[in-house]
Write a protein that binds this ligand. Sequence first.
Ligand code: APR
Length: 183
Amino acid sequence: MTQLTRRIGGAELEVIVADITTLGVDAIVNAANSSLLGGGGVDGAIHDAAGPELLAECRTLGGCPTGDAKITKGYRLPARHVIHAVGPVWHGGSRGEADSLRSCYRRALELSQANRLNSLAFSAISTGVYRFPADQAAKIAVHTTIEALPAAPLVTHVIFCCFSETSAALHTDVLARYGSPCA
Ligand code: APR
């Protein structure tokens, strides 16, 4: 269910509440860990829905450092690809967590442009098990994405796929205010 849609530059940005494994976009962005070998949360849901071929491909990638992302096929998912982003674990904010989270969004857009993808759906990286404060994470997600879009002109549709009304409200508030004096 769409909470808000805004056109900024050449892209449409949308906040929804949904199970990201159901979205038929070019790529969904997974909140993975550095092993890329699956886990719980959205990582578990994506691997469950994609089937065993996803893990088999992930095994060939040699892991992924925090703040970076790697792309695979989507296999049994409706999405063509999965971008596995490794977000930071929250340790109070003094260990570069915000920069690492920004880097996840930037890298996902870089990979989308490089792979000529047009539509992308983000899960709320690091806001579950990794305990990143959801309000700060939503602001990083929206602002970083908008600031990175000019370098990814092929990306014309970005969805912030939230898994709760609370998470969606936080993303909607940031997206609605972006560009206004009280942003
Ligand atoms: N669709 C969309 N969003 C989802 C789904 C889903 N099916 N399932 C969970 N989420 C949301 C959570 O509500 C949260 O807002 O994804 C966000 C990220 O939470 P986690 O999945 O816990 O990811 P994260 O906090 O980044 O922790 C990553 O958890 O699952 C393990 O292997 C993963 O070790 C890694 C760690």
